[in-house]
Ligand binder design. Structure first.
Ligand SMILES: C[S@@+](CC[C@H](N)C(=O)[O-])C[C@H]1O[C@@H](n2cnc3c(N)ncnc32)[C@H](O)[C@@H]1O
Length: 281
């Protein structure tokens, strides 16, 4: 079949909108036909499907097919970088981790969940921050779970291999030299011992969070909620409250807020990005 890149019809656009809502909880909204076409025309070409209209018909018939997974992979936005949103890392270093070291002195355990971790730069940055600034944690159990819905993103995260460009976006020369090795093809790889400290797992935020090994001291969910439908976000906050310790910290992206979305967390103290849980009834 020849690939003809025909423009998407309104009826088929709605099929993609409904599909992304069901599979990911996303709210694509109106007027994003260009996004569907830009991201899915290459899928059509690779899969020898005539165009996005034909692809819509295929995923409507069988949303849980390999083709459905390809649509999910190509419609998730995996933008990330090392130490993205530096204020969060400052808060972790100056306030959150010292407080948890005090409070968890008997268990010697800190549990962190980095949800929607994309290609791994975020959890690696957290682990580097801990290793650089808190040598006393060397004998602690630091459980860092990093999850994402995208298997492609997780494969890259587990490999810890990044291009030169990805490395210079956020990593200082010092950290690069300490924690990464140059590969024969001029990329960089996170050192094995650092990679081993993080557990990467596929988790869709639409699922339950009870089997993730919580409750967690810290949950990071940054720069992902913007894609979700409002009613889905409320449900996610409810599940996050169940997955976090009463004295834990929820960290969202710098411009993200809980305002009007949940009462299960308190608003942050000015100048910080972390939300603390409200007491459960
Ligand atoms: C823009 S990235 C954010 C990466 C990182 N947290 C950061 O701030 O740099 C958003 C990530 O959310 C993931 N994502 C989107 N929908 C999801 C869902 N329903 N469940 C789990 N992860 C999802 C995407 O695959 C993507 O990797």
């Amino acid at each position: 079949m020849l690939f003809d890149s025909a423009g998407i019809t309104q009826e088929n656009y709605r099929i993609f909108v409904d599909f992304l809502k069901i599979k990911l909880g996303h709210d694509l909204g109106e007027g994003k036909e260009y996004l569907i076409e830009n991201r899915l025309n290459p899928v059509c070409e690779a899969q020898k499907i005539a165009n996005v209209n034909e692809l819509a018909r295929e995923i409507k018939i069988n949303p849980y097919s390999a083709l459905g997974n390809l649509v999910v992979e190509n419609m998730t936005i995996q933008e990330t970088s090392f130490f993205r949103g530096p204020r969060v890392f400052d808060n972790l270093k100056k306030y959150i981790i010292p407080k948890l070291i005090n409070e968890n002195v008997y268990s010697h355990t800190i549990k962190i969940w980095c949800a929607c971790c994309s290609t791994g730069q975020e959890p690696y940055s957290i682990m580097m921050l801990l290793m650089q600034n808190f040598p006393q944690l060397e004998n602690w159990n630091i459980n860092l779970l990093a999850t994402d819905v995208s298997e492609n993103a997780l494969t890259k995260a587990r490999s810890g291999i990044y291009s030169r460009f990805e490395v210079i976006r956020g990593l200082s020369t010092d950290l690069k030299e300490k924690y990464l090795l140059e590969t024969p093809d001029s990329q960089y790889q996170i050192r094995y011992d650092l990679r081993q400290k993080i557990k990467f797992q596929q988790v869709n935020l639409l699922e339950g969070f009870y089997a993730l090994g919580g409750p967690f001291d810290i949950i990071l969910l940054r720069n992902a909620l913007i894609y979700f439908a409002p009613e889905v976000i409320t449900g996610i906050f409810q599940k996050l409250r169940g997955a976090i310790k009463d004295n834990g910290f929820l960290i969202l992206g710098e411009s993200e807020s809980i305002m009007g979305k949940t009462t299960m967390f308190n608003l942050p103290i000015e100048g910080t990005d972390y939300f603390t849980p409200t007491p459960l009834p």
